[in-house]
Design a protein around this ligand. Structure first.
Ligand code: MN
Ligand code: MN
Length: 471
């Protein structure tokens, strides 16, 4: 029996901003599609723990989907699929649109670096019968989260002969593992009285590597010698080769489905590989767009987007310059500036989800929740929006319409309470150059921890948002 609604109920329905949990709106068939999408995402995460691996995974998928490297083209035309990589740590993919570049681009940009521990350039030492690697943490971490968990070593050692030795050790079930030790509670009275931020100190994040001395009474540092002997046999390296290495310590455990209801993903590096994967999938499936569509996967966001693999570099402008040239559009003055001022971008970066255990850090009316879709952050920044790209209201309105028309469930939020939260993304960088930009990404629990959590529903909606934006 259908109940008739009162005038007040009808009025409220019309005027209030109210929303349902996204899972409740899905049919069984749709639910299957959402869950399946994250199975592939989990595989991607496990193959791509660091930026170099992420680039490799992206290039592999791109090639399988008909993308070709930029240098293969003498000319570009509508529908062409092109990509370029930068120093193995960036990748840019484009599908050429039917309109001239001058009319603007639709860009989705994510970052593929994640908080971790990097080896120091002179990392190996011995102390009291143990061998260790010294580390320097990368990005914003809570140091206490990185002790007593299984860790793996990923990266490269660049040799003087021009060759790279690739390292990826510690992830497989039947592989060895590494760990950073912590003090037992029985002896930790003084440590336990310290502030959380000081309980584990940066110089104590030393990775345990071995404990067997080399058999020779005549030498000192026998444990270190034995480790170097093993490394020399395995990788052909000597101690000095660490100087030219980039070795990253990442959690050894793999990403998995979380929960009895299988609704979530737990895994390392979801900031920002979740948006990287979704934006990659979106461009791989983009065909014949009106405006040229671009997915941009950059490095170094976690330390300020600096350097020649970060968003602040000229790499992206150079790429657009190449497109202009190959499209024969370089006959007009200030073409790059004009393209940028007509362009739009979703800065695809994760959002801090509301966590009821730490509810007091968020302001409920402006927080993002699991199961409510992709999160839009009109602005980031901290203390009076400082450093924020504050998206223009007109651009937000345009996106609301696009998402509503295409059944993309989204929510609007900001990162934590005023004067408590705050952060930055790559959004402001292209905004400064004339783009309309907004942060648009998946809400995450335990962000920047070794095991971050996302909702499969929101992951799918992020992908859908990027896809309709490019179309
Ligand atoms: Mn991020
Ligand atoms: Mn981050």
């Amino acid at each position: 029996m259908a109940e008739t609604k009162t005038e007040g109920q009808k009025l409220k329905e019309k005027l209030f901003m109210e929303d349902k949990n996204g899972w409740e709106e899905l049919s069984e068939a749709e639910k299957k599609v959402v869950l399946k999408f994250s199975d592939e995402y989990i595989d991607f995460l496990n193959a791509s723990k660091i930026e170099r691996e992420c680039v490799k995974s992206a290039v592999k998928l791109a090639e399988e989907n008909g993308f070709k490297p930029l240098e293969k083209f003498k000319k570009l035309k509508e529908g062409d699929k092109v990509y370029t990589t930068n120093r193995g740590k960036n990748v840019i993919l484009a599908v050429i649109g039917s309109e001239p570049l001058e009319k603007g681009l639709n860009v989705v940009g994510a970052h593929i670096d994640s908080p971790r521990l990097d080896l120091k350039p002179n990392p190996l030492y011995e102390d009291s019968g143990f061998a260790y690697f010294k580390t320097h943490y990368y990005g914003g971490i809570k140091k206490y989260q990185w002790v007593t968990i299984p860790l793996a070593i990923h990266g490269v050692i660049a040799l003087k002969n021009g060759k790279n030795v690739e390292v990826k050790i510690g992830d497989e079930e039947d592989d060895i593992t590494f760990v950073i030790t912590d003090l037992l509670p029985h002896m930790a009275r003084k440590q336990m009285e310290k502030k959380l931020s000081e309980g584990i100190e940066g110089e104590d994040l030393n990775l345990l590597l071995g404990s067997v001395p080399y058999h020779d009474e005549k030498v000192s540092e026998k444990v270190k010698l034995n480790i170097l002997k093993i490394l020399n046999e395995k990788y052909g390296i000597v101690e000095k080769d660490f100087i030219s290495s980039e070795l990253e310590i990442v959690p050894a455990f793999n990403a998995k489905t979380l929960g009895f209801d299988k609704s979530m993903v737990a895994g390392y590096g979801q900031d920002d590989k979740v948006c990287a994967y979704c934006s990659l999938k979106a461009i791989l499936e983009t065909k014949a767009p009106k405006k040229t569509a671009i997915t941009l996967l950059v490095d170094k966001e976690e330390i300020g987007s600096v350097g020649n693999t970060g968003m602040e570099s000229r790499t992206f402008e150079t790429f657009v310059g190449e497109l202009v040239h190959l499209m024969g559009e370089d006959k007009t003055p200030n073409i790059i500036g004009r393209i940028f001022s007509h362009s739009k971008m979703l800065s695809a970066d994760v959002d801090g989800a509301f966590d009821p255990i730490y509810a007091s850090a968020s302001e409920r009316r402006n927080a993002s929740f699991f199961g409510m879709g992709v999160g839009l952050n009109k602005y980031t920044g901290a203390r009076g929006k400082a450093g924020a790209n504050d998206a223009n209201a007109e651009f937000v309105a345009e996106l609301r319409k696009l998402f509503d028309d295409n059944k993309v469930k989204f929510q609007i939020s900001e990162l934590g309470k005023v004067d408590e939260g705050g952060g930055g993304t790559i959004a402001y960088i292209l905004a400064n150059k004339g783009f309309d930009v907004i942060d648009c990404g998946t809400p995450v629990l335990s962000m920047h921890s070794p095991y971050e959590v996302t909702s499969k529903f929101d992951v799918y909606m992020s992908y859908k948002a990027y896809k309709v934006f490019m179309k």
